[in-house]
Design a protein around this ligand. Structure first.
Ligand code: BGC
Length: 706
């Protein structure tokens, strides 16, 4: 059934519903926060949705919902964020940030498709993914969940994963609902503080933060989640302007909106804009939130508001219609449970997809002739806690972390840590490999730097993993200081003193301040949270079995005090740098290298905005190049960024091969948001750049007139 037929059915059903049933339909219950009996009662009362419930428990709830007066099916939501990771047998992909390093919408689409199939096989309907916030202040604890700092890249990857989750038909048994979140500006909160106030104007919202959501809506994303914070003092939960006027009227969003966790209660308890819960309930519904996540108080509070004549029945009717429409479109009234594809967990196709995404995520940031390790290497020392820590490799949102932290949960195979990946290759090649942790990521009494130095001294080369652990990221875990914690720098210095070449490998949730561990290393690889096969992919790159092709979706600061360091800065900084630090990041957006090198020549853009450039692989290895296209509005009515990404594509090139690459640009890409918040391409000259990264020296440029 299509959306308009579904809406008709929803409106018919709405006529039969009591006020109590309508309000219950807007409630989403957290299974982990109620008893089984309470859960069943909520289902019989007609609660619209449950989250974080799997398998037979979900089936029992659906059965109870079937016994409610109207038998409206329940919709089950889950945080399947990089794979259906709350199920310990699911396929676990790299984090969104790691997968974004591939700059490959197709592999991200496939990640969505595989995840959807596994979620559906658990009988569930809906994932709270993707995160379309931008990771621009990397102190924020949830940077790992983003596709990085750039609106264009995040939008392309976001639209791709939405297509992967939802497929062409919401009623399809192997596809589920996507949920673009957190609407809006959550990643840009002041000081990198989770769910705090965001100091942006509507103009900036439209230019930077809205575009990825627009693309998700265009890709058909069926649900949107409201952010926690506030913008200019208005809680997002209470912003009818953003949720109704902009999201629905302007962007044409036609699905349903769910609040984030307990947002309704937060209006009264934290943000202090409501005197009581009834007022909070009314504000939440009137702003355009359709489903109320976990604030069970909503039910009584809204009923009271209705009885006291304070509620707007039209908002309630609209909300319920939105929810029921999607339920009809999904075919839940005929078949409430998705069956997915039994037996698909951990099947070859899914594991291959995870491995492929991990491989594409590996990003080499420095190589002074050390990699790939080749003949003549007899002994490799692998050092560092994160080299053999599946928790660090997985990052957030798996069965180790949610719905409750469960660090003791036995890790379920398959997965390959960096140490295991290196050991496997070494065994195959007859190379000796040793592992020593050396030091923990967090300060720890058990650190044994001497053991690590001994192991390193007798090796030919050192692979040193640095990074962070879950206590340092995730919700409510923002960091003021992005320096490596514990004794990680000290251990690096000691390893360096052995005189052996050191390859630093970052296994972390986000860009940390690598400082000397990058500046004095012989090679640097970035894996972020690489998923099941993150360690294998890094090991393959170290030994040249993989030619790394990742490009950074986010810039690396040299120092926390330099933040933000995203590439699309506005010009005009008096002096252009701090007096004690440069303005440049340690590694810039778009950076990344492989074992081949690429040169660019002959950049042109014709009158129809067809960009053409010749790209040559000047190396001795076949390799993949990501051709990045940026522009600058030379002179405009407002201050505009020094560069903005507007297109990219990839080319696999054999050694010595030159490829003429063409990319069709469109005029709208050159638009700015003017002072009246209108989208406009201001006539004049524009500089178009194409090349290897966002850095000026990596780009060719040409001028066009629009
Ligand atoms: C997070 C959301 C998540 C939700 C449900 C919230 O705390 O902000 O991203 O989807 O919980 O687990």
């Amino acid at each position: 059934m299509d959306r308009s037929q579904a809406k008709q059915c929803a409106k018919e059903l709405l006529k039969q519903m009591t006020v109590e049933e309508k309000i219950a339909q807007m409630v989403q219950v957290s299974y982990a926060d109620v008893t089984r009996e309470e859960a069943l009662q909520w289902a019989k009362r007609g609660a619209g949705s449950f989250l974080h419930v799997l398998g037979d428990n979900a089936r029992e709830i659906q059965k109870a919902a079937g016994q409610s007066r109207l038998g409206i099916p329940v919709i089950f939501g889950i945080d399947a964020i990089h794979g259906h990771g709350l199920n310990d047998h699911a396929t676990i992909f790299p984090s969104q940030l790691a997968s974004a390093c591939g700059w490959d919408p197709e592999s991200v689409r496939r990640m969505g498709e595989v995840t959807a199939r596994e979620v559906a096989t658990d009988g569930l309907h809906w994932t709270f993914s993707p995160v379309l916030c931008l990771g621009r202040d990397t102190r924020w604890g949830r940077v790992d969940e983003t596709f990085g700092e750039d609106p264009y890249l995040a939008g392309e990857l976001g639209a791709a994963i939405v297509r992967g989750y939802q497929g062409d038909d919401l009623a399809d048994d192997e596809h589920i609902l996507a949920c673009a979140k957190h609407y809006l500006g959550y990643g840009e909160a002041t000081g990198g503080r989770d769910s705090y106030d965001t100091e942006v104007t509507e103009r900036k919202i439209r230019e930077v933060f809205l575009p990825p959501f627009r693309k998700a809506v265009e890709a058909g994303c069926a649900t949107i989640m409201t952010a926690y914070g506030s913008i200019d003092g208005v809680p997002l939960t209470a912003s009818r302007r953003l949720m109704h006027d902009i999201l629905r009227d302007e962007l044409g969003f036609d699905g349903f909106v769910v609040t984030d966790w307990d947002n309704m209660n937060n209006l009264r308890n934290r943000q202090m804009v409501s005197t009581d819960l009834s007022d909070a309930a009314v504000k939440t519904a009137n702003a355009g939130n359709d489903m109320i996540m976990v604030s069970l108080e909503f039910y009584e509070a809204m009923l009271q508001a209705v009885q006291e004549g304070k509620a707007d029945m039209a908002s309630i009717d609209e909300a319920v219609t939105h929810i029921l429409t999607i339920k009809y479109e999904m075919g839940l009234f005929e078949k409430p449970e998705k069956t997915g594809k039994p037996g698909c967990f951990g099947c070859e196709e899914h594991l291959d997809a995870a491995l492929d995404t991990s491989r594409k995520s590996v990003t080499m940031l420095k190589n002074e002739g050390m990699l790939p390790l080749g003949d003549g290497i007899r002994r490799v020392a692998v050092i560092g806690a994160n080299a053999d820590d599946v928790h660090a490799q997985y990052g957030d949102w798996t069965y180790f972390t949610h719905p409750r932290p469960d660090p003791e949960h036995t890790p379920v195979r398959p997965y390959v840590t960096l140490w295991e990946g290196i050991r496997a290759i070494c065994e195959r090649r007859g190379i000796e490999a040793v592992y020593e942790k050396g030091c923990s990521v967090l300060p720890d009494d058990g650190d044994d730097l001497e053991a690590a130095v001994r192991a390193a001294s007798s090796a030919d080369v050192i692979v040193y993993a640095v990074g962070d652990v879950i206590a340092q990221f995730g919700e409510t875990h923002d960091r003021a200081d992005l320096n490596l914690s514990g004794r990680q720098y000290e251990l690096f210095r000691r390893l360096k003193e052995t005189g052996k070449p050191v390859c630093t490998v970052l296994i972390a949730s986000k860009p940390l301040c690598l400082n000397e561990t990058a500046e004095q290393a012989d090679a640097v690889l970035c894996g972020f949270n690489g998923g099941m096969f993150g360690g294998q992919a890094l090991a393959e790159a170290i030994f040249g079995e993989l030619n790394p092709s990742g490009r950074l979706p986010i810039s690396f600061p040299r120092h926390s005090g330099q933040l933000p360091v995203y590439y699309s800065q506005l010009p005009g900084w008096h002096g252009g740098k701090y007096c004690d630090l440069p303005d440049s990041p340690l590694y810039a957006f778009g950076e990344g290298m492989g074992f081949s090198a690429f040169t660019y020549s002959g950049l042109t853009v014709d009158d129809d905005l067809l960009l053409t450039v010749d790209v040559t692989n000047t190396g001795r290895t076949a390799g993949k190049e990501t051709i990045q296209v940026y522009f600058r509005d030379d002179v405009s009515s407002l201050v505009t960024p020094v560069r903005r990404l507007i297109a990219f594509t990839q080319a696999d090139l054999m050694p010595g091969e030159t490829r003429r690459v063409s990319i069709q640009l469109n005029k709208e890409s050159f638009a700015l948001i003017d002072q009246n918040c209108e989208t406009a391409v201001e006539p004049g000259t524009f500089t178009v750049y194409a090349g290897h990264s966002s850095k000026e020296e990596d780009l060719l440029s040409t001028s066009i007139v629009l």
